[in-house]
Design a protein around this ligand. Structure first.
Ligand code: CTP
Ligand code: MG
Length: 554
């Protein structure tokens, strides 16, 4: 696989990326999708964006329409893959059709039409529906190479299936790998997210031909699970300024301050989504936030979206998380297990608030893996990646955020010598944070060490790309205490388990229904080396703490 990577990298050559022979595209596609070997983040993004340009999404009557749709599409272009999925309980059926070239999509769209109905907005996009026909289709050419899948590719494993899968495992480490492999975002999920991005990009293309909508966050950073939200940043012009250009475009000046102007632009994009774009529903404008966003649900792809028009730092942050996750096969299963644990016991919550977010949790895991675990760290510091950066890794956002760090980790010479099992890492994670001195220390992934807190905040995690910011500023003292209590509790459960009972291993730390109102006790040494005992009283049959006692200091 190392040989394959080199060959691909050489043949990719940044500029020629999309001029591959179809064999290479297939190989790369295999690599990107099966995580066989490292492909740089931006190459994955380019590949997926290009794949979306060669694809359409078609609503069909049922999975049975598969053959007929295949015949039709293959008569217009060269179908490479078709993937079926459903949305909703009374399921609507859809098929993603991937063609061999973008020209095929252009041809398909040219032959498509609108309903004769003055009640609809006649918008054209890659989102279509397949009308039933009584006419017999002519004999059509067969595509030998097309991969057809009529399984419902959007289906998540149910909670009871997960319990079933995990209870059959032989070890906690195996459970963690199984959890990761059975819940991570699949190929179809990724395609649907890139098609969702493509729809927005296409919608503004007339005025902004260079517009790009980049997915970022868990959809692309390697920590996304099936059904995860799509974070999108829409850039109206992502082209480099041409210093030697003689003819310049006339453009309107911004009205009001930059922030007011950006809020008004976002409002206009919100209207566009709401009024014109098929499938975009529940459009909510959250324009007063530090980073204004538009939330909406794309019902045809079944994806919840957060659209912003801010800078690209979120995308580079996703690159950083992606790189960290690619450095060792244990990272993603560990992050998945900890995210799942936090969600099951109610430490994280899908609505914003004073609780810890998945993003902060992920950074906590990575920071933990940067410290020596049994004297050997697993991950390098961000500063190490910055020092190894090559000229092509140099990125600066327009508002001056330096996002320069090594992108191609095959250049990192020393793989970790740490060979601890996933189970050990999980227990050590819980131990580490149940004793961490949150009162005076901040976590800093740039230097791989805890630093003195720059300002008072319950939890301080230095934003690796904007060092003056705390990514977990929102977290309250109460929520941090809860995190610590639950981490202690989880470590204790995992360490004290001897036999495999019904819900053993990681299943036992996911249990959020306590049998009766219960008290969880733990003790930790504070920064003065004194022992502090904490007891938490939980409400009956829930995971809701009703009382903390930071009682005796001995
Ligand atoms: N982000 C950031 N700085 C922050 C918060 C978020 O750079 N203070 C970026 C990160 O790249 C993060 C992305 O925005 O991954 C999306 O944030 P969020 O949706 O909160 O996290 P996800 O990683 O996408 O997790 P989830 O599955 O919960 O959506
Ligand atoms: Mg997200």
């Amino acid at each position: 696989s190392v040989f394959l990577t080199c060959r691909l990298k050489n043949s990719i050559g940044r500029k020629k990326f999309f001029n591959f022979s179809s064999d290479i595209v297939r190989q790369l596609s295999q690599q990107v999708k099966q995580n066989e070997s490292f492909v740089p983040f931006m190459d994955v993004i380019k590949f997926r964006r290009e794949e979306a340009r060669r694809s359409i999404l078609v609503q069909v009557q049922s999975a049975q329409s598969f053959k007929e749709l295949h015949s039709y599409c293959n008569s217009v272009g060269n179908v490479r893959q078709m993937l079926h999925y459903t949305v909703g309980v009374e399921p609507l059926n859809f098929i993603v059709v991937e063609f061999a070239s973008e020209k095929d999509v252009t041809n398909v769209l040219e032959r498509s039409s609108y309903l004769e109905d003055s009640q609809v907005v006649p918008v054209q996009s890659q989102f279509l529906w397949f009308r039933a026909s009584n006419r017999k289709l002519p004999k059509l050419k067969q595509s030998k190479s097309a991969i057809l899948s009529i399984e419902n590719g959007n289906q998540c494993v149910t909670p009871s299936e997960i319990v079933n899968l995990l209870s059959k495992c032989d070890s906690v480490s195996e459970q963690m790998n199984v959890l990761y492999n059975s819940t991570k975002l699949n190929d179809l999920g990724t395609r649907l997210r890139f098609l969702t991005a493509r729809q927005v990009e296409n919608a503004v293309r007339g005025m902004f031909p260079k517009a790009k909508a980049y997915p970022f966050g868990s959809s692309v950073n390697g920590y996304g699970k099936m059904g995860c939200d799509l974070d999108l940043v829409l850039r109206l012009c992502d082209d480099k300024v041409k210093n030697d250009a003689r003819l310049m475009f006339h453009c309107k000046g911004l009205v009001g301050s930059e922030r007011t102007a950006s809020q008004r632009n976002m409002e206009a994009i919100g209207d566009l989504l709401q009024l014109f774009l098929p499938g975009c529903s529940q459009v909510r404008r959250i324009l007063q936030a530090r980073v204004p966003i538009i939330k909406y649900y794309q019902q045809l792809t079944d994806v919840e979206c957060d659209l912003s028009m801010a800078n690209m730092s979120g995308v580079h942050m996703s690159d950083f998380l992606y790189i960290m996750g690619s450095l060792d096969a244990r990272i993603r299963p560990l992050v998945f297990t900890i995210r799942k644990w936090a969600s099951e016991i109610g430490l994280t919550n899908s609505s914003p608030g004073r609780w810890i977010t998945n993003f902060s949790l992920t950074l906590l895991v990575l920071a933990f893996l940067q410290k020596p675990i049994n004297s050997k760290p697993i991950l390098p510091s961000l500063n190490t990646l910055v020092k190894l950066a090559e000229p092509k890794d140099s990125y600066m956002t327009e508002d001056g955020i330096n996002c320069t760090f090594l992108r191609d980790i095959t250049k990192l010479k020393t793989p970790t010598e740490n060979k601890e099992s996933l189970e050990t890492l999980l227990v050590e994670f819980f131990e580490f944070y149940s004793q961490f001195d949150f009162a005076s220390k901040a976590l800093c992934l740039n230097e791989s060490v805890a630093i003195t807190k720059p300002e008072h905040c319950a939890l301080y995690i230095v934003n690796p790309l904007e060092r003056g910011l705390n990514v977990s500023k929102n977290v309250s003292m109460e929520e941090l205490d809860r995190f610590r209590v639950e981490a202690r509790n989880a470590a204790w459960i995992l360490e004290s388990q001897e036999n495999k009972n019904e819900n053993w291993g990681i299943l036992s730390i996911f249990e959020n229904k306590r049998k009766a109102s219960s008290v969880v006790n733990f003790a930790f040494a504070n920064k003065h080396g004194r022992l502090v005992e904490v007891s938490t009283l939980f409400e009956e049959n829930t995971d809701k703490p009703v009382e903390y006692k930071n009682a005796s200091v001995k």
